[in-house]
Design a protein around this ligand. Structure first.
Ligand code: PFF
Length: 457
C-alpha cells in the first residue's frame, strides 16, 4: 500500500474473478455440499439449492459488490461511508461474528484435509478398504491432540498469507491453482462413473423426490447457498471493495455463482457413485468425503499420486476460502479500530484457534467433548455451523437486500453497477433490482418463518 489512504485493488478483471471464486470454492463444495445432499435425501435438496443460488444468491452477491465497491470500505465501515443510519452497521458486526463462528469449525475440517495430504504422501491409503477408510477417518477426527495440531497449522498458514496482503497473497494462489483443482475433480468423475453400480449414485444425486422437502431441509439448502457463495456476512462486500472500477459486477456474480455450482455438482458426481459402489451410505455425514475419496483412487494407475494431488488442492481451496472469511474481521480491526494489519491477523486467528478447539473436540459423538450439547441435540461443532450458515448468513442477506432495495436510490445502484453508464446493461439491472427488492427478501422470509414453524408450507 503506497499511500496511507489508498486501498489495494485486485489488478485485473481476471484476477477479480479468480479471487472471488477462490472465496466461494472451498470445503463447501467438496466436503459440505456432498454430505448435506447425502443427509437431506439427494436430488430434491440439489434442486432447491440451485434455486436458492439463482433467486437469492446472485442478487445478494450483486448487492454486496455494490456496497463494497461504492464505499471501498470494510463490512462495518461501508455503511457509515454510504451515510446509512447507524443501525445498518449491525450487518457488519453480524458478519464479523459469522466469520468467527464459521472459522471455528472450518479450520478444524481444513485440518483434517491437511492431515490427509500428509497421510496420502506417507502411503497410508495403500490397499485401503471400506473398513480401513473408516478407521483412518475416525482416528483423524477423534484425536484428541492431532486434529488440534493440524488446526493450528492451518491457521498459521492462513495468517502468513494474510499478512502478506491482498494482492500478493490471495491473487497469486487462486489464479494458478483453481483450474488445476477443476481438472482433478473431472478425473475423479471419470473414475467414479466407471465404477460398478455408478448409476445408482447418479440417480440419488439427480432424482427429485419432492416428499423429501421439509422446512428444515429447505432451510439447510438456503443456508448452504449462503455458505457456499460466502454471502450474508460481508465477505463479498469486502472483496467488492478491492474490485477495479471497470469490473462488470453483475456478470462477475453470475459467473462466480454458476462456476461454483458446477464445481459442487462435479464433486457430487465424484462422490455418490463411489458411495453406492463401495457400500457406504449417503447419509454418512461429515466423513463422507474422507471415506470415499481414498476408495475412488484405489486400484487405478497413478492412484496414490492423484490422491495426494486431490487432497493437496482441496487444502488449497480450503485455505483460500478461509483467507476471504478472515479478511472480514481483519479489515474491520485495521480500518475501524486502527490496529496494524499484522496484529489484526494475529488477534483474529488466535481467537479462532482457542475457541476452534471446542469445535475440533466435539466433531463426533465419541470425541472428548462430543457429548456436550448446547443447541438442542447439537454440540459445539454443529452449533457453530447451524447458527452461522442457517441463521446469521440468511438474516445478513435479508438485511443487505432490504438496505439496497429500500434505502439506496435505484439510480445510484444502477449507476454503480453499470460502471457509470458505460456497460449498457439496463435490462439486466432492472431485472436484478426486482429480485433484490421483492423476490429475494420474500423467499428469505418465507423459508425462515417456515423453518421455525411460524408459517407452514
Ligand atoms: N464459500 C466457502 C466454501 O464453500 O467453502 C466458505 C466460506 C468462505 C464461507 C468465506 C464464508 C466466507 F466468508
Amino acid at each position: 500500500m503506497e499511500e496511507k489512504n489508498k486501498r489495494e485493488t485486485f489488478s485485473t478483471g481476471f484476477a477479480v474473478f479468480f479471487a472471488t471464486l477462490g472465496s466461494a470454492v472451498g470445503l463447501g463444495n467438496i466436503w459440505k455440499f456432498p454430505y448435506l445432499i447425502g443427509t437431506n435425501g439427494g436430488g430434491a435438496f440439489l434442486l432447491v439449492y440451485l434455486l436458492c443460488v439463482v433467486l437469492v444468491g446472485i442478487p445478494i452477491m450483486s448487492c454486496e459488490f455494490y456496497i463494497g465497491r461504492k464505499s471501498r470500505k470494510n463490512a462495518v465501515g461501508a455503511f457509515k461511508k454510504l451515510n446509512a443510519s447507524k443501525g445498518w452497521k449491525t450487518i457488519g458486526f453480524m458478519g464479523v461474528a459469522s466469520a468467527f463462528l464459521i472459522a471455528f469449525f472450518y479450520s478444524s475440517v481444513a485440518g483434517w484435509v491437511y492431515s490427509y495430504v500428509f497421510k496420502a504422501i506417507k502411503g497410508d491409503f495403500a490397499g485401503v478398504t471400506l473398513v480401513t477408510a473408516n478407521t483412518k477417518f475416525m482416528s483423524t477426527l477423534v484425536g484428541p491432540l492431532s486434529p488440534i495440531v493440524w488446526q493450528f497449522i492451518v491457521l498459521c498458514v492462513v495468517s502468513i498469507i494474510l499478512i502478506a496482503g491482498v494482492k500478493n497473497g490471495i491473487e497469486r494462489i487462486t489464479k494458478t491453482l483453481m483450474p488445476v483443482l477443476f481438472i482433478l475433480i473431472l478425473i475423479c468423475d471419470v473414475r467414479a462413473l466407471t465404477l460398478p453400480g455408478a448409476s445408482q449414485g447418479l440417480k440419488f444425486l439427480f432424482h427429485v423426490d419432492f416428499t423429501q422437502l421439509t422446512g428444515p431441509v429447505i432451510l439447510a439448502a438456503l443456508g448452504l447457498a449462503f455458505f457456499k457463495l460466502s454471502l450474508g456476512m460481508g465477505t463479498m462486500l469486502t472483496y467488492g471493495s478491492y474490485f477495479t472500477q471497470s469490473n462488470n459486477m453483475i456478470a462477475t456474480s453470475a459467473k462466480v455463482a454458476l462456476s461454483d455450482s458446477l464445481i459442487s455438482i462435479l464433486a457430487g458426481i465424484a462422490i455418490f457413485p463411489a458411495v453406492f459402489s463401495f457400500g457406504l451410505t449417503p447419509s454418512e455425514g461429515p466423513g463422507l468425503l474422507f471415506k470415499t475419496i481414498p476408495l475412488v483412487f484405489s486400484k487405478i494407475p497413478f492412484g496414490s499420486v492423484l490422491l495426494v494431488a486431490f487432497f493437496f488442492l482441496t487444502a488449497i481451496a480450503a485455505t483460500t476460502a478461509m483467507i476471504s472469511m478472515i479478511e472480514v474481521p481483519v479489515a474491520y480491526f485495521t480500518e475501524e479500530k486502527g490496529i496494524g494489519r499484522k496484529n489484526a491477523v494475529l488477534l483474529t486467528t488466535s481467537i479462532m484457534m482457542v475457541v476452534g478447539i471446542l469445535a475440533t473436540l466435539s466433531a463426533h459423538p465419541t470425541s472428548v467433548l462430543g457429548n456436550i450439547h448446547i443447541l438442542g441435540q447439537r454440540g459445539f461443532f454443529d452449533s457453530f455451523d447451524f447458527i452461522s450458515s442457517n441463521i446469521l448468513l440468511p438474516i445478513g442477506g435479508l438485511l443487505i437486500a432490504i438496505y439496497v432495495g429500500y434505502f439506496v436510490k435505484k439510480e445510484d445502484f444502477k449507476l454503480e453497477l453499470s460502471n457509470q453508464g458505460t456497460l449498457n446493461n439496463d435490462l439486466v439491472l432492472n431485472i436484478i433490482y426486482i429480485f433484490i427488492k421483492f423476490i429475494s427478501p420474500c423467499l428469505l422470509i418465507i423459508v425462515f418463518f417456515n423453518s421455525i414453524g411460524i408459517i407452514k408450507l
